[in-house]
Write a protein that binds this ligand. Structure first.
Ligand code: ATP
Length: 361
C-alpha cells in the first residue's frame, strides 16, 4: 500500500491544537482510502527555544528533507520576539527548501456570513500567489550605531530576475488551469521605480508564453479597494512577499475568518518537501481552550493532498469541510458559534467515514 511520509510541526499557540486535529483528519481519510500516512512529529518552536536556545535544531532541515510533505501550525510565542520565532522556524524551512510559491486560495465557504454586504459567495473565488523566497523578506540589511542617536537600520528589498520570472510563470500557469484563465499582477511600480518596474516588465515578457491567460496590472493600494468593491473582477493574483502577505490577510477576512484560510509553501520543482499551514498565527488569546477553528488547517490538508497527486481524496476532504461550515451548530467562536475544535474535527472525520460507507454500499 502506498505510504506518504508526513512531518508534523505544531509549533506554538493554537498550532498545537490544529495540527493534531489535522493529523486526526488525515488518519480518518487514510482508514477509508487506498493509501496510508506515516507521521513524524517535531516539537520545534517556543518551548524548544527555551530548552535549546534555538527554534529548531541547526540540522533540522536534514530530518525533513526525505518527507513527502510538512503540515505546519504556527510560529510565535508571547515571550520571544516575533522576528526570532519567524526567522528561526517557518522562514528557515521556507527558504531552506526554496518553497518559493506561497499559494493562498480564498473563497466564501457555504454557511459563512462574510462581511461584505454586496458580495455574493460566487463573487469571491481567488487564489493569491505570494513570492516566498526574496523581496521585502530577503533578510538583507542591518543596524548600525545601536542605541545611539545616529542609529540607522536597513531592510533591503532584493528582487532577482530569476526569482520574479519563476513566480510569475507559476502564477500564469496556475491561472491557466482555472476556469477564468485570468491573472492580476500587483506591484507598486509608480513609487518604487526599480524593482517594481522590473516586475511589470517581466510580467509583460512572461505573459507572451501564456496567450490564453487574460491579465492586468494593479497597484497594491488600489488593489485593496478593488478587493472590497469589485471582488468578482479578480481570479488569480500574484504579488511580492510583503504585498501578498497583507492582501491575503484582507482576503481571509473578506471570506469570513482568518481561521478558515489555508496556505501551501510550494517548491514547484519538487526538489524538497512542500509545507502546508493555516494562514493564522499562534492566537495566544484563545490558545489551550479548544476554541481554535481547525478549518484553515483542514483546507491546507486539501492542498497537501492535491500536491501529493491525491485529487479525489482532496475533493473528499473539501466536501466534508463544506458540509461542516454549512452547519451553524459546527461554527467555532470566530464564526459566531459555540463549537469547539474537537466538535469540528470529529464532524469532519465522521463525514469522511460516512462518505466511504456510502461508496461501499
Ligand atoms: P501572526 O503575526 O503570527 O500572523 P497575529 O497575532 O497577527 O499572528 P493571529 O494569531 O492569527 O494573528 O490572531 C489574530 C486574531 O484572530 C486573534 O484574535 C485570534 O484569536 C483570531 N484567530 C486566529 N486564528 C484563529 C482560529 N484558527 N480560530 C479562531 N480564531 C482565530
Amino acid at each position: 500500500m502506498k505510504t506518504y511520509s508526513i512531518a508534523t510541526i505544531p509549533g506554538d499557540g493554537i498550532g498545537k491544537e490544529v495540527v493534531p486535529a489535522g493529523q486526526q483528519v488525515l488518519e480518518a481519510l487514510a482508514s477509508t482510502s487506498s493509501f496510508r500516512f506515516e507521521f513524524e512529529n517535531f516539537g520545534w518552536g517556543g518551548d524548544w527555544f527555551r530548552a535549546h536556545g534555538e527554534m529548531m535544531p541547526a540540522d533540522g532541515l536534514q530530518a525533513l528533507k526525505g518527507k513527502d510533505a510538512i503540515l505546519f501550525g504556527s510560529a510565535g510565542d508571547p515571550h520571544i520576539p516575533d522576528h526570532i520565532t519567524l526567522w528561526g522556524l517557518r522562514l528557515k524551512i521556507c527558504q531552506g527548501f526554496d518553497q518559493y510559491a506561497n499559494v493562498r486560495p480564498t473563497r466564501i465557504l457555504p454557511g459563512i456570513d462574510a462581511p461584505l454586504k454586496r458580495c455574493r459567495p460566487e463573487d469571491l473565488n481567488w487564489v493569491i500567489v505570494r513570492e516566498n523566497s526574496e523581496g521585502e523578506y530577503s533578510g538583507v540589511g542591518g543596524r548600525v550605531h545601536q542605541g545611539h542617536p545616529i542609529e540607522a537600520a536597513t531592510d533591503v528589498t532584493m528582487m532577482t530576475r530569476a526569482g520574479v520570472e519563476r513566480i510569475l510563470r507559476y502564477a500564469f500557469r496556475l491561472a491557466q488551469g482555472r476556469p477564468r484563465k485570468q491573472l492580476t499582477v500587483v506591484t507598486k511600480s509608480n513609487a518604487q521605480r526599480h524593482a517594481m518596474v522590473m516586475w511589470d516588465q517581466i510580467a509583460g515578457e512572461v505573459a507572451r508564453e501564456y496567450p490564453d491567460v487574460r491579465w492586468d496590472k494593479e497597484l497594491v493600494d488600489a488593489m485593496t479597494a478593488r478587493m472590497v468593491n469589485k471582488p468578482a473582477t479578480l481570479d488569480t493574483i500574484v504579488a511580492t512577499n510583503l504585498h501578498a502577505d497583507i492582501l491575503s490577510d484582507l482576503a481571509a477576512a473578506l471570506a469570513g475568518s482568518l481561521g478558515l484560510a489555508p496556505t501551501g509553501n510550494i517548491d514547484p520543482e519538487r526538489r524538497y518537501p512542500s509545507m502546508f499551514e493555516p494562514i493564522h498565527g499562534s492566537a495566544f488569546d484563545i490558545m489551550g481552550q479548544g476554541l481554535a477553528n481547525p478549518v484553515g488547517t483542514f483546507w491546507s490538508i486539501v492542498m497537501l493532498l492535491e500536491h501529493l497527486g491525491e485529487a479525489e481524496a482532496a475533493q473528499r476532504v473539501m466536501q466534508a469541510i463544506e458540509q461542516v461550515t454549512a452547519n451553524p451548530a459546527l461554527h467555532t467562536r470566530d464564526l459566531g458559534g459555540t463549537a469547539k475544535t474537537a466538535d469540528v474535527t470529529n464532524a469532519v472525520c465522521g463525514l469522511l467515514k460516512a462518505q466511504a460507507q456510502r461508496k461501499a454500499a
